[in-house]
Design a protein around this ligand. Structure first.
Ligand SMILES: C[S@@+](CC[C@H](N)C(=O)[O-])C[C@H]1O[C@@H](n2cnc3c(N)ncnc32)[C@H](O)[C@@H]1O
Length: 294
């Protein structure tokens, strides 16, 4: 049984509540319910009858959220699905207008810690990296089948890795020599030594994770669906953890504000306080952006 408390510590909880402004009677979507930390805070703030529809495509996360949120009874509904299909799924549930949507992007601490998921280059695990076990393609599949060009593009575009081509070449050379590309260590070895502050394996692993889970495409679709679902006066709140995501969110909100559809609630992204980063280092790169639908 997974321990609920250590599963994942939610970031920027006070800032989420301030931006989302949950209230009694409201209906909120937590598009990335994870361990249910943010959802619990929203349910508490919208007592006695606010509701949360929680999405996650990781069944393991949903099981933890289900236990954690059980005391809120019928005020919570959990859905195992990709948030890219948020709008259609909500429609199918008979919900066409909501008061707020939260996205807390990326992987949970639990997913990162689980060596068997293959997200971390610092632990031995299979080169999997699927957040959702029903996704068809693993990191291993990409490493074994993508061309040199495709690999270089993934590492450059999604990892912003300066030595993208060199790492791609190392992968292809290893493949040609018949070396195994099965575990996180097999790949970490090919990424080269640390040169600057960030180890190249960090960027290469991020890049593959984004490609395997199609994170940027899902985010784009999720934002569009969430925006359509919002009532006038409803709020969209997004926490991102790397510049590629943040760029998409910033652009999306800027466009809506430009057409007079949105009022930005954050001119600059909100970041964690020093105290929060000290208590939860994962909060260091978190950026929260929010807007109200007009
Ligand atoms: C950072 S965690 C969220 C943690 C959560 N806010 C909490 O308080 O515990 C991100 C979660 O989003 C889920 N996720 C990421 N991309 C998704 C997608 N496209 N559709 C559904 N869930 C997704 C992951 O499986 C993970 O559980």
């Amino acid at each position: 049984m997974v321990d609920q408390k250590s599963f994942h510590v939610p970031v920027l909880v006070a800032e989420v509540l301030e931006a989302l402004a949950p209230r009694a009677g409201g209906v909120y979507v937590d598009a990335t319910v994870g361990g249910g930390g943010h959802a619990a805070a929203i349910l508490e703030a919208s007592a006695p009858d606010g509701r949360v529809i929680g999405f996650d495509w990781d069944e393991e996360a949903l099981a933890v959220a289900r236990t954690r949120l059980a005391s809120f009874g019928a005020r919570v509904e959990l859905v195992a699905n990709n948030f890219a299909d948020l709008e259609q799924t909500m429609m199918a549930l008979g919900m066409t207008a909501v008061d707020g949507v939260l996205f807390d992007l990326g992987v949970s601490s639990h997913q990162l810690r689980e060596a068997a998921r293959g997200f971390s280059w610092q632990q031995v695990g299979p080169l999997d990296m699927r957040m959702c076990r029903t996704l068809g393609v693993t990191a291993r599949d990409i490493l074994r089948t993508a061309s040199l060009e495709e690999l270089a593009q993934i590492f450059r575009r999604y990892g912003e890795e300066p030595r993208a081509r060199a790492v791609a070449r190392a992968v292809v050379a290893a493949r040609e020599r018949g070396e195994p590309l099965e575990t996180t260590m097999d790949l970490a070895r090919l990424c080269g030594p640390r040169r600057g502050r960030i180890h190249p394996a960090t960027r290469v692993f991020q890049a593959l994770r984004i490609a395997v889970n199609r994170e940027l495409e899902n985010l784009q679709r999720g934002l569009v669906g969430a925006w359509r679902l919002l009532k006038p006066g409803g709020r969209l709140v997004v926490i991102s953890f790397h510049s590629l995501e943040d760029r998409i969110v910033k652009q999306f909100l800027k466009e809506r504000a430009g057409t007079g559809e949105a009022r930005l609630l954050t001119r600059k992204p909100r970041m964690a306080t020093r105290a929060e980063v000290q208590a939860n280092p994962r909060a260091r790169s978190a950026k929260l952006r929010a807007a109200e639908k007009l």
